[in-house]
Design a protein around this ligand. Structure first.
Ligand SMILES: Nc1ncnc2c1ncn2[C@@H]1O[C@H](COP(=O)(O)OP(=O)(O)OP(=O)(O)O)[C@@H](O)[C@H]1O
Ligand SMILES: [Mg+2]
Length: 231
């Protein structure tokens, strides 16, 4: 613990916790020092959040846009695919700018539709019963769903079911597929092993949790749990 002497002789001690150490200040000067330290800590936390958002933006652009651009090479309508890739960049920018404090509200059905459209022509049927709002930004939910649908496709799914349930203040979104299931090393079209971790970081900004589970009937279940915050 380090201590500053009271410069004006007044009594009173204040403790600031920062960088894992206690600093005790005293006197009127101490009050100013404490406020300055608190402001500095707040500023540092804000900068850290911005830095994280920038990292997420760069990683998501590299990850999600790369797959869109690759499909330009195989498309008969490259203009259409490029327009979609540009839209995806915009949605990533919007997703990484927002966080829980902004109180997002995504229309689940719209996000499923957009995510499926982002993938272009896929050999899987996407069936959805999702309705209502989810406490996350629409752009973020679209990115997460796009990645989950892409994973189901990589697992060779023929049918992907997207559903949702409400449990108290929680909204749970479920993506079920009938693909090869977890742990299949040779029948899953593995990419960079980045998609899920990027999505987990993104949903964590909204207080959400994303997990994968095996389905009893075969295939994989992705579960996204989002909690409504009281504002
Ligand atoms: N629906 C799924 N069915 C089976 N395995 C899955 C499914 N989703 C994810 N996995 C497993 O989890 C791993 C991690 O998924 P993740 O999305 O992070 O990486 P990826 O799809 O291999 O590559 P990319 O970075 O292009 O998304 C996958 O490589 C796969 O082994
Ligand atoms: Mg993936």
């Amino acid at each position: 613990m380090s201590t500053t002497a009271a410069k004006d002789g007044t009594e009173g001690y204040y403790t600031v916790w920062g960088e894992g150490r206690d600093v005790t200040f005293s006197g009127r000067q101490g009050v100013h020092d404490r406020l300055a330290a608190e402001q500095l800590a707040e500023h540092a936390a804000r900068l850290a959040r911005k830095n994280e958002a920038l990292e997420d933006f760069a990683a998501l652009v590299a990850h999600d846009v790369k797959s869109s651009l690759l499909s330009v090479l195989m498309s008969d309508e490259p203009r259409k695919v490029l327009t979609r890739a540009l839209e995806i960049v915009d949605s990533i920018l919007a997703a990484t700018r927002a966080d829980r404090a902004d109180g997002g509200a995504a229309q689940g059905a719209d996000c499923v539709r957009q995510a499926a459209a982002d993938l272009g022509d896929i050999h899987a049927e996407v069936i959805t019963t999702v309705t209502g709002e989810f406490p996350i930004s629409p752009a973020a939910l679209r990115i997460v769903l796009r990645n989950l649908l892409a994973n189901a496709v990589a697992a060779g799914a023929g049918r992907i079911f997207v559903s949702a349930v409400a449990r108290g203040d929680r909204r749970v979104l479920v993506v079920d597929d009938d693909g090869v299931g977890l742990g299949s090393t040779d029948r899953y079209a593995t990419g960079g092993h980045l998609g899920l971790s990027l999505c987990r970081r993104l949903v964590a900004r909204f207080g959400g949790v994303l997990e994968l589970k095996p389905r009893a009937s075969g295939g994989t279940r992705a579960v996204l749990v989002l909690t409504q915050v009281d504002r």
